[in-house]
Design a protein around this ligand. Structure first.
Ligand code: SME
Length: 310
């Protein structure tokens, strides 16, 4: 049997993944990396100590090797996030592999180098000598088994797993809502409400409508937004210019992104094309990175198509 200490963001979540891995005999959640003695959950969570939420993994090397265990770990975290994991922000949620000997240190360095080479970007996983591990309060041990509902909510809200939207249902609902309604503005208003209240993890959903070279704010749900966007500017203007859907996993990395609500982290913009002419865009923002998938893109393109055939 071998013990290793891994910090993978929220320990409720990473505990489940690792514990369900064949060869893993036990996982205990706790705190490592800081110098304070006997840290408490609230202090670690609010960054009052130098600890990270950490799991102690006991595994049978005859069933799963240390390098393979690290692969499972790395597949279940976001290695490129410098300041936390998913919705959990701050040092206590950053990634670390604590090593007890040269072998563990070398394997960890090798795995991270492999990852960086593959993705061609810097991974933020600290490789540190193991100092201490303080077992967390009983409430947090096997949280995923003991507090199922709260845990599932955390998994979805944290952005670790995405709740799939049933686009068939949503699009059928849209058909009903717009049936026999001739006014576009009324339909766009209801469509923005339908999206905002059906898709999870959104902070803005609405329309920008094209008039000559500018997009003007149309019906929407969310905070007050910018009213005028030039074609070619921002994500919306680029989508019009390119006449295609743009999925932006991280708005900070989109050159020229227009930030209306500083909470927005990812975005999808779908062009509205009627009789071969572009009339505007449907713009949707999320407060978590990487919110929109290929399924969202397909489902929302269909949504816009239905809306425009009304
Ligand atoms: N982010 C958009 C601007 C509109 S707001 O997201 C509501 C853009 O870059 O075009």
């Amino acid at each position: 049997m071998m013990d290793v200490y891994l910090a993978g963001g929220c320990f409720w979540c990473i505990n489940m993944t690792i514990k369900e891995t064949p060869g893993v005999k036990d996982v205990v959640v706790g705190y490592s990396g800081g110098d304070e003695e006997n840290p408490k959950y609230e202090d670690v969570k609010s960054q009052k100590t130098g600890h990270r939420e950490t799991i102690k993994v006991t595994f049978d090397e005859n069933i799963i090797s240390y390098p393979d265990l690290l692969d499972v770990f790395l597949l279940n975290v976001d290695p490129f996030d410098e300041f936390g994991q998913f919705i959990d922000r701050g040092h206590s949620y950053t990634l670390a592999i604590y090593y007890k000997n040269e072998y563990e240190k070398n394997i960890a360095s090798m795995k991270i180098a492999e990852l960086e080479n593959f993705f061609n970007k810097k991974a933020y996983i600290s490789i540190e000598p193991f100092k201490s591990f303080y077992i967390a309060e009983e409430y947090h041990q096997d949280f995923y088994k003991k507090h199922k509902e709260e845990f599932e909510k955390e998994l979805i809200e944290s952005g670790r797993i995405k709740k799939m939207t049933d686009y068939k249902l949503l699009n059928n609902e849209l058909k009903e809502i717009i049936r026999d309604v001739e006014c576009d503005i009324s339909n766009f208003a209801n469509a923005s409400s339908l999206i905002f209240n059906t898709l999870d993890n959104l902070n803005w959903a609405g329309f920008y409508l094209l008039d000559n070279d500018y997009l003007y704010l149309g019906p929407f749900q969310g905070k007050v937004a910018c009213t005028k966007i030039k074609v070619g500017s921002g994500v919306c203007g680029t989508s019009v210019f390119m006449k295609k859907t743009l999925v932006v996993p991280n708005v900070l990395e989109f050159k020229g992104h227009i930030a209306c609500d500083s909470n927005s982290k990812s975005e999808i913009v779908i062009p509205m094309i009627k009789d071969d002419k572009i009339i505007g865009v449907l713009d949707i923002d999320s407060p978590i990175f990487n919110r929109f998938s290929e399924e969202d893109k397909i489902g929302l393109e269909e949504f816009v198509k239905i809306l425009l055939n009304a």
